[in-house]
Design a protein around this ligand. Structure first.
Ligand code: FEO
Length: 402
């Protein structure tokens, strides 16, 4: 049976949720599923804003047919051509052959790369700032390249102040009936941050460019392609966070301790360090074993907090591979402006400490705090002074940070 909600006069949410998918993009765990949003506007003309992933196509097409009734679909606005949103375009074009597909030049280039069906006669190409009226409703299109693909646009509905924001302001997590953030007891901001940092995190400067384009617009509602709809006092809350995240500024002072450990000896070093930091008064520390916790969760916390400690053994004359993969991930995502401390461990040949140091130095504004420590096999009491010095340096740095 159809499952739709009217989110504003004449604007219907026609999307859906998937709780069966294990990994978003076949990479990121989805313990609470994921939502794919699409919106249908019923004015003098009708318009659909984006489609959904093919996993929920059946319900989606039923939703559209229910809301349209005996009316035609006049426009399909394509803000984003990634398959989790574009998977139903071809089917929509078959069912509603007169539909105008609204996109930019790159949108149509990608459409032709993904699809066999020739839809060129349906194209309505728009450029940055162009407007489209449905009657009472007027859309203005803003290109938002690399938020999160090159063709991305956001669509602003002028009369109601609604921003259809593509992936921006999205979150992991399926719906439990309520569509608006302010209808929830608690916002799971950790899942919004995990989504942003891992999916869009590399493109902070492009998010900032979009902010500049949207400056001055009255925004009463933000409808992302994933997750809940933002409105009322929740809008400044999420805009403020997006501003911090895209500037690579930490949200909070705090220390994230990330370790790799084969037999517990490297873990012992970082546990002892965390203990010393706690006794000096550091609060809100978070510790992760890279072999146990998916990197997307660790990266979300590294984005959130001001300081990190990385500890890893040497493996096959190299940095332990799981820690190496985490550092590569951080580098590709472009995280910067953090304070970092390093602990290596080795038994007969040292490579981990040097590799971590070199990789961090190649990133942007990652400042070393304290002397990198290299442990031989297991920490003994003769290294306690070194560990105390490192704890002192981290404590002072955290206290001095904003
Ligand atoms: Fe949700 Fe970039 O696709």
């Amino acid at each position: 049976m159809y499952c739709v909600q009217e989110i504003a006069p004449d604007i219907f949410w026609v999307g859906g949720s998937d709780r069966r998918l294990e990994l978003f993009e076949n990479m990121f765990p989805l313990p609470n599923g994921v939502a794919y949003n699409s919106y249908l506007i019923m004015d003098e003309k009708t318009a659909l804003v984006d489609t959904v992933d093919r996993s929920i196509s059946q319900l989606y097409l039923e939703n559209i047919a229910h809301v349209l009734g005996d009316r035609e679909l006049d426009y399909l606005i394509v803000n984003h051509m990634e398959p989790d949103h574009c998977a139903n375009i071809e089917e929509i074009a078959r069912r509603y052959p007169n539909v105008r597909l609204v996109g930019n030049k790159t949108t149509f280039q990608f459409m032709e790369q993904f699809y066999e069906l020739d839809m060129t006669s349906n194209y309505l190409e728009v450029k940055d700032g162009d407007e489209l009226s449905l009657g009472r409703t007027t859309f203005r299109f803003y290109t938002a390249p690399m938020v999160h693909w090159p063709e991305v646009m956001v669509t602003y509905e002028i009369s109601r102040g609604i921003l259809f924001s593509a992936d921006a302001f999205g979150s992991f997590g399926a719906f439990s009936g309520n569509l608006f953030v302010d209808e929830l007891d608690d916002i799971d901001i950790n899942e919004a941050r995990r989504y942003y940092t891992n999916i869009v995190g590399r493109y902070g400067s492009q998010v900032q460019a979009l902010f500049k384009k949207l400056a001055g617009l009255e925004i009463n509602m933000i409808c992302s392609l994933h997750g809940h709809i933002w409105r009322s006092e929740k809008i400044p809350f999420i805009l403020d966070l997006y501003n911090k995240w895209s500037r690579y500024e930490p949200e909070k002072k705090g220390v994230v301790l990330v370790y790799a450990s084969m037999y517990g000896n490297t873990e012992n070093v970082i546990q002892a360090l965390a203990n010393k930091l706690a006794q000096r008064g550091i609060r809100d520390m978070h510790m992760y074993d890279v072999s146990k916790t998916h990197a997307s969760y660790i990266i979300s916390d590294l984005w959130k907090y001001s300081h990190m400690v990385l500890a890893s053994p040497t493996y096959n004359m190299h940095l332990y591979f799981v820690m190496d993969a985490l550092l590569k991930d951080i580098s590709v995502l472009g995280l910067k402006n953090r304070k970092v401390s390093i602990i290596g461990n080795h038994t007969w040949a040292s490579a981990a400490m040097k590799s971590m140091k070199e990789q961090l130095e190649a990133m942007n504004n990652m400042k070393l705090v304290g002397e990198p420590m290299d442990v031989r096999s297991a920490i003994k009491s003769d290294r306690e002074t070194d560990l105390d010095k490192l704890a002192d340096a981290i404590y002072i740095s955290v206290m001095e940070s904003k």
